[in-house]
Design a protein around this ligand. Structure first.
Ligand SMILES: [Zn+2]
Length: 244
């Protein structure tokens, strides 16, 4: 292990085509060479998310038993894992550390981002949730029920696709519509969930879906448990970078 390299555990993990889950990995700090690569990549066709993945692919020297970790591999990452890796990156490069005071003894604890999900995480993995719209007007409901549906967790490739489209990239409202269109897999008796179905939603239902999206994708990493040296298990609320 090179100096300052850290071993980390992804909150959810990446599943390969054989169904093997990869959660443990190693990340090294950023170097001047990486920065140079990024500046070169700036002029190329990459969007922000692709650039982030290019950088992460360079810094992640190991991930489970995967033979290689490239940006294409990382496109399959769940959004929650991606946000976690960004936070780990920040803590490695000393741009920001997360600390809190223990409510029992007052000790100021600093969270170790690398080992945050060593014990917890994976088992809470829930790739998809069922929901019932609070309002549900304007849609075809299933027989005799309120409008129900399912939402999948977002992955990096969803964001890459949305950033590629100038309509969604430059307009926050369209960005949310695009996100919901990609992540909501079923909605009442609608044959498919496309932009026009999502834009037909009652504003209250739309806001409900956005909240659900944030909880589903960020909930796992927003609230973490940390043990103080006094023995107290503390629930800590994290502020996430780039939260939608
Ligand atoms: Zn304490």
């Amino acid at each position: 292990m090179r100096e300052k390299e850290v071993h980390f555990t992804l909150p959810l993990g990446l599943t390969d085509e054989k169904g093997v889950l990869h959660r443990k990995g190693t990340m090294r700090p950023v170097t001047a060479e990486d920065e140079l690569m990024l500046m070169e990549a700036n002029g190329v066709k990459f969007n922000d998310r692709q650039r982030d993945l290019e950088l992460l692919a360079r810094l992640i020297t190991e991930l489970g038993s995967l033979k290689k970790v490239d940006s294409e591999t990382l496109e399959e990452l769940f959004e929650a894992d991606f946000i976690y890796l960004q936070m780990l990156f920040n803590s490695l490069n000393e741009e920001g550390t997360v600390s809190y005071a223990c409510p029992r003894c007052g000790t100021k604890n600093q969270l170790n981002m690398a080992s945050l999900f060593e014990k917890a995480g994976g088992e809470e993995r829930k790739e998809s949730v069922r929901f019932r719209l609070p309002h549900g007007s304007g849609l075809k409901p299933e027989m005799g029920t309120k409008v129900q549906g399912t939402m999948d967790m977002a992955r990096c490739r969803d964001f890459i696709t949305l950033y590629r489209d100038s309509r969604t990239r430059d307009n926050p409202s369209w960005f949310y519509v695009g996100l919901m269109t990609r992540c909501v897999k079923k909605l009442g008796a609608e044959k498919s969930v496309n932009n026009s179905v999502i834009t037909k939603l009652n504003p209250r239902d739309f806001a409900f879906l956005v909240d659900l999206f944030n909880e589903l994708n960020n909930g796992v990493i927003r609230r973490v448990t940390d043990q103080c040296r006094c023995g107290e298990e503390n629930r800590v609320e994290l502020h996430l970078p780039g939260e939608v």
